[in-house]
Design a protein around this ligand. Sequence first.
Ligand code: SF4
Length: 271
Amino acid sequence: MHIISLGAGVQSSTMALMAAAGEITPMPIAAIFADTQAEPKSVYVWLDWLEKQLPFPVHRVTAGSLEKRALEMRTTKDGRRFTKTDIPFFTLSASNQIGKIKQRGCTRDFKLNPIRKLIRKLGGIARGQKTVGVVQWIGISLDEVYRMKESRHPWQENRWPLIEKGISRADCLRWMAAHNFPRPPRSACVFCPFHNNSEWRRLKTEEPSEFEKAVQFEKAVQFEKTKTQNMRSTLFLHRSCKPLSEVDFSTEEDRGQLNMFNNECEGMCGV
Ligand code: SF4
């Protein structure tokens, strides 16, 4: 049973359309999109279009709003307020040291887990099953080969069809153009700290209301964190640790999507 993990970006969209065209076999039984409820509008519009082109169903799963989760306050039994950070923010300490939060709870809780849950259901995976029941397709391309990771679950095998075919992200865009398909958007939460300057610039110019959401989100996070006792550094979305609304995104060379997600990535965001 083959199932696509659909990020709804360039690579996984191309992979799904290639499967629909019979260029990758066998035909998957479904694609699954994990919705953080924080993708830019362009991704949701794209997804609506994409699912009409595919002969298999696209299931949308969600663990709720990642934005709401990031702003959630918790209280210990003795009344101290604290927060857990799920998003890999940049941090600025009182002594002006720039750092980065290493956890990636957002990918795990809002993408990997909801997809895994539905894959288990669709694949009829029994509790404690040790044999492979599902092959999950992941849309990592040749230029991101370092993001490949074997499945942690004995009942699931991971497959990277674009790598099997030796296809890069640029090849995906060429394939889409050759088939007269529109250009897919980049997929990632509007406030993802892995955006490079080129993506921030695109968001700001092409989807200003989405960029504004990221600006407001950063302010809200900073405000909420001041009420906690466990977060001393200030959190930022841009690596310069300047407020997003004040960053000059034109100062840095374009880096492309390749550098957006580093080796810590578990292979779901941004493809
Ligand atoms: S796109 Fe970024 S913020 Fe969103 S889940 Fe992935 S790593 Fe987290």
